[in-house]
Design a protein around this ligand. Structure first.
Ligand SMILES: Cc1ncc(COP(=O)(O)O)c(C=O)c1O
Length: 387
C-alpha cells in the first residue's frame, strides 16, 4: 500500500465550512465584525465558561493571558517542559522567567507533587498543559495555586472537548483562564487562531484591550479628557492579535461538528489501544477514571531511544509521517543560551527519548489505521529479532 499518511494530524474541512467562509468574504466585514463575537459566544457556551476572547493564534492567547494576569519583568511562571515552546515563551515575551517542573512518566503531564518546590516569591502564574488531550490534576494544582496566591492559565491547546471530573476543559472551574489553538492539526481549525476563556469579567475586559493594541474607547474608562466622538486611548502596550471574521466563520462551522470529530478521535484511539495495549516493548498512555481524553495526539512509547529512531524511520519509509511531541522546551538552543541546563527534568527527558505521535485525525480511515498498526507491529518484531 502506498500510504497517503502525510502527517500525524490534519484538518477536516467540508463544503459547509467553505460556504461559511465565502459568505463572509462577500459581506461587509472581513475583520472586527459580527462573526468574532458570535464565535466567542458559541465557544464559551460549548466549554461552559462565562467569557471567551478570540485571537490570532494559541501563542497570542497565551501572551495576552499572561499580560491580563499582570506578568512582569522578573516574575516567574511555572510550566512543563513536555509542551510546545509557546507555553513557556509567553513568559519570556513579558520579561518573566519560565520555571520547568518535571512530568509524570506514564502520562507526560506536569507532576503536580513537584510544583510547590519550585515556587518562590517571584512566582506569579502556573501553566499546566493538558498534554495530548488528557487533563492535568487540576484539583491539586488549584489547591497549590490558592495557597500561594498564584494565577492558573490552563494551556488547553490539546484539549478542546476533554473533561476532568465533572468539568469540561475551558470552563475554568479550577483556573483563571484557559487557552486554545485552532491550528489545522487541532480539534477544530480557523487556519491560525486561538481563544482564551475565563469566568472573570475583569480578566475578560483586559484580554480584549491587550488583543487590540491596549486601546480603550468606552468614554467612562478614559484616562484623559474625552476629545470627542472619535476619541480613543492606548492605555497599555498591547498588540494586534485580532482574528478575522472569515476565520471565525470557519470556527463557527467547525464548532458545530466538534463532538463528532472527538468521537472519531476516540474511536481511533480505542482501536490503537486494543492493538497496542498488550504489545511487548510498547507503552500507551491510559486515561484515568476522572479524565476524558479528547486525543489531540496519540502517543506511543517505545522501549528505548534506539528503537524509537528505528520505528520512526520504518514508518517514514512506508509513507507514514509521524512526529515527536515534544523535545523538552529547555533543550532548545534559545533556552540553553539563557542558561537552562539539560538534565533538569529527567522524567521529561526519558519520556522524550521514547515517544512518537502516530496518525490521529477524524478522517483517518480504517484501512489506513490498520496499515499504521501493522507497520508498527512488524517494525517492533523486527527490532526484537535483531537483538
Ligand atoms: C500545547 C500548545 N500550546 C500552545 C500552542 C500554540 O498554538 P498556536 O500554534 O496556535 O500558536 C500549541 C500549538 O501547537 C500547543 O500545542
Amino acid at each position: 500500500m502506498k500510504s497517503k499518511l502525510k502527517s500525524y494530524g490534519r484538518q477536516s474541512i467540508d463544503e459547509e465550512d467553505i460556504k461559511a467562509v465565502s459568505d463572509v468574504l462577500r459581506s461587509d466585514f472581513l475583520t472586527t465584525g459580527p462573526k468574532v463575537a458570535e464565535f466567542e459566544q458559541k465557544f464559551a457556551n460549548y466549554v461552559r465558561s462565562k467569557y471567551a476572547v478570540a485571537v490570532s493564534s494559541g501563542t497570542a492567547a497565551l501572551h495576552v493571558a499572561c499580560l491580563a494576569a499582570g506578568l512582569k519583568e522578573n516574575d516567574e511562571l511555572i510550566t512543563t517542559p513536555m509542551t510546545f515552546a509557546a507555553s513557556a515563551n509567553c513568559a519570556l515575551y513579558c520579561g518573566a522567567k519560565p520555571v520547568f517542573v518535571d512530568i509524570h512518566p506514564e502520562t507526560g503531564l506536569i507532576d503536580e507533587t513537584k510544583i510547590e518546590n519550585k515556587i518562590t516569591k517571584q512566582t506569579k502564574i502556573i501553566i499546566p498543559v493538558h498534554y495530548s488531550g488528557l487533563s492535568c490534576e487540576m484539583e491539586k494544582i488549584r489547591k497549590i495555586a490558592k495557597k500561594h496566591r498564584l494565577i492558573i492559565i490552563e494551556d488547553a491547546c490539546h484539549a478542546l472537548g476533554a473533561k476532568y471530573k465533572k468539568s469540561k476543559i475551558g470552563d475554568c472551574r479550577y483556573s483563571d483562564m484557559a487557552v486554545f489553538s485552532f491550528h489545522p492539526v487541532k480539534h477544530i481549525t480557523t487556519g491560525e487562531g486561538g481563544m482564551i476563556t475565563t469566568n472573570s469579567k475583569e480578566l475578560y475586559e483586559k484580554l480584549k484591550v491587550f488583543r487590540n493594541h491596549g486601546i480603550v474607547r468606552e468614554p467612562k474608562k478614559l484616562i484623559s479628557r474625552n476629545e470627542g466622538p472619535w476619541y480613543y486611548e492606548m492605555q497599555e502596550l498591547g498588540f494586534n492579535y485580532r482574528i478575522t471574521d472569515f476565520q471565525c466563520a470557519l470556527g463557527l462551522s467547525q464548532l458545530k461538528k466538534v463532538d463528532g470529530f472527538i468521537n472519531k478521535r476516540r474511536e481511533i484511539a480505542k482501536r490503537y489501544n486494543d492493538a497496542f495495549g498488550n504489545q511487548q516493548d510498547l507503552e500507551i498512555i491510559r486515561e484515568k477514571e476522572e479524565q476524558f481524553n479528547s486525543y489531540h495526539l496519540y502517543i506511543i512509547k517505545t522501549s528505548s531511544r534506539k528503537n524509537r529512531l528505528l520505528l520512526f524511520e520504518r514508518l517514514k519509509e512506508k509513507g507514514i509521517s509521524c512526529q515527536v511531541h515534544y523535545i523538552p522546551v529547555y533543550w532548545h538552543p534559545h533556552y540553553q543560551k539563557l542558561g537552562y541546563k539539560k538534565g533538569a527534568c529527567p522524567n521529561a527527558e526519558n519520556f522524550y527519548n521514547q515517544i512518537i505521535s502516530i496518525p490521529m485525525y477524524p478522517t483517518l480511515n480504517r484501512k489506513e489505521q490498520e496499515f499504521v498498526i501493522k507497520t508498527i507491529k512488524k517494525s517492533i518484531k523486527e527490532a526484537e529479532e535483531s537483538r
